[in-house]
Write a protein that binds this ligand. Structure first.
Ligand code: URA
Length: 475
């Protein structure tokens, strides 16, 4: 009997060296026993006789299958893979295409389990920000079902190439310093950081994007299996949100917007219309019909804040909740904005907040109103109000939150990615600082990009406090 021990149990190279020797010595699968590094060693190794290895090729699909299945925790995987190789070489080169073969089926199922585990790890790793000697590092704790750490490492390196991060697992650790990946031994969960400053933001984001009217617990459980919950901060919110879903959905239906008004034709405020105060200007804006957007919106949502504010924040247009409340930035994007502003040291109550366009533009879809970006014409018409707001307030600085605001303030299309965080003096008016719109952060597909982009957003906003005295209540 040949006894082989895999020292690095997920290593395709080590497995390949073993099976080459076995094939060369014509050792049948039933005459080999395999073990991994953690298995009890009762009899010691008994390798095959040293025979010159003849050249042989195996189908590429076998190599891919073996690379994946070696990550499975099933201790029989080495034996199954060797048996498959033996049969491929001695019975049927097309064996892998026969899905009804019990061995092929079993190995394909194992491959599928690895694919799923990889997918879950890429979706459910939750980094937390910690400080070490070299600055900020993102550390995550994860418990993969299989031994996929090596296999999945390139995903994280590519995805988060510019961050310093560590992923801790019971099987091993990955450590990336922006240029080199280091593998280390597994650690207990007690070594993982438990909470960071972004946690609260992540939870409030998760809460605000949970739509009780579309909840499907079966789907949720299959997408986010219960075994991962213990390491997901947002999982603690789920039972409570599910319990309230029905009530909240009913309330949403009752709070449906009022029926659209009939268009009465477009009238421009007389060019002589002047308002000596923001309050008077706001009053005039309530009946604005400069463009068709007033027809479907519930009301004009005018700017808000002190009329002597040194800074004015300009968003795009009111969203669904702003349209109902009549106030800017009170919905999900507003919550992100408030939190980021506070972290940047800005007290929102001491700043004036408004939008480039004062009516909500949307497309009805079923019972929902889906935000539609205003076009250049609409932005141009509404600039009439924005110009007057700025003339009355005379701020030192205007912050353009996103592309629409930037267009309204400069009259040009602006690439926010190129200008974000920068301040320009424009046409002798107040300086303009550019940054992204907070709803951009809500739309990002994965949690890690959200965190990184959020940190950049706070950094952009912190330029305001460098330029102006606007200390927040709790920076
Ligand atoms: N988005 C905006 O641009 N403004 C708001 O008031 C709300 C969302």
């Amino acid at each position: 009997m040949i006894r082989l021990r895999m020292k690095d149990e997920t290593s395709l190279e080590e497995f390949r060296d073993h099976v080459r020797g076995l094939i060369a010595a014509k050792i049948k699968p039933r005459d080999v026993t395999w073990s991994g590094p953690g298995d009890a060693d009762l009899f010691g190794d008994a390798p095959p006789p040293d025979v010159k290895v003849p050249k042989f090729t195996v189908p590429g699909a076998y190599v891919d299958l073996a690379r994946s299945v070696l990550c499975h925790r099933d201790p029989e995987r080495f034996a199954h893979l060797y048996e498959l190789l033996w049969r491929l070489l001695n019975e049927d080169r097309m064996l892998l295409a026969i899905f009804t073969d019990p061995l092929v089926y079993k190995l394909k199922q194992m491959e599928k389990a690895i694919r799923r585990d990889r997918h879950k790890m890429t979706a459910f790793v939750r980094f937390r920000s910690v400080e070490d000697n070299d600055g900020e590092r993102f550390v995550a704790w994860f418990e993969p079902q299989h031994l996929i750490l090596n296999n999945v490492s390139s995903f994280f390196v590519k995805r988060f190439a510019n961050m310093r991060w560590t992923i801790l697992t019971p099987d091993g650790t990955l450590d990336w310093d922006r240029s080199k990946l280091t593998f280390g031994p597994g650690v207990p969960k007690s070594q993982a950081p438990s909470e960071d400053a972004l946690e609260e933001w992540w939870l409030s984001y998760y809460r605000s994007t949970f739509n009780p009217a579309r909840v499907n617990p079966t789907m949720m459980r299959s997408e986010m299996p219960v075994r991962y919950w213990k390491n997901l901060p947002e999982a603690a919110l789920i039972p409570g949100m599910l319990a309230q879903a029905e009530e909240r959905a009913k309330a949403m239906i009752q709070a449906m917007p009022t029926a659209p008004r009939k268009a009465t034709g477009f009238t421009l405020p007389p060019s002589t219309a002047t308002a000596g105060s923001l309050a008077a200007l706001k009053e005039q804006a309530q009946t604005c019909q400069r463009c068709p957007l007033f027809c479907n919106a519930t009301q004009t949502v005018f700017g808000e804040g002190p009329d002597n504010s040194p800074v004015v924040f300009v968003g795009e247009q009111p969203g669904d909740q702003e349209d109902l409340a009549g106030q800017p930035f009170v919905g999900p994007a507003g919550q992100v904005f408030n939190k980021a502003a506070l972290e940047a040291g800005i007290d929102r109550d001491r700043a004036y907040v408004t939008n480039a366009v004062k009516h909500f533009k949307f497309e009805p879809r079923g019972k929902r109103r889906i935000h539609k970006r205003p076009n250049n014409n609409e932005v141009e018409h509404c600039r009439w109000w924005l110009d007057r707001e700025l003339n009355l307030i005379k701020p030192k600085l205007v912050v353009a939150l996103g592309g629409t605001a930037a267009r309204a303030l400069t009259g040009k299309d602006v690439k926010i990615t190129e200008l974000r965080g920068k301040t320009i003096d424009y046409r002798g008016g107040p300086s303009i600082l550019f940054t992204v719109h907070p709803s951009y952060l809500l739309r990002l597909p994965d949690e890690q990009s959200k965190r990184t982009e959020y940190a950049k957003f706070v950094h952009d906003l912190s330029q305001v406090t460098k330029l102006l005295p606007l200390a927040g209540k709790a920076a």
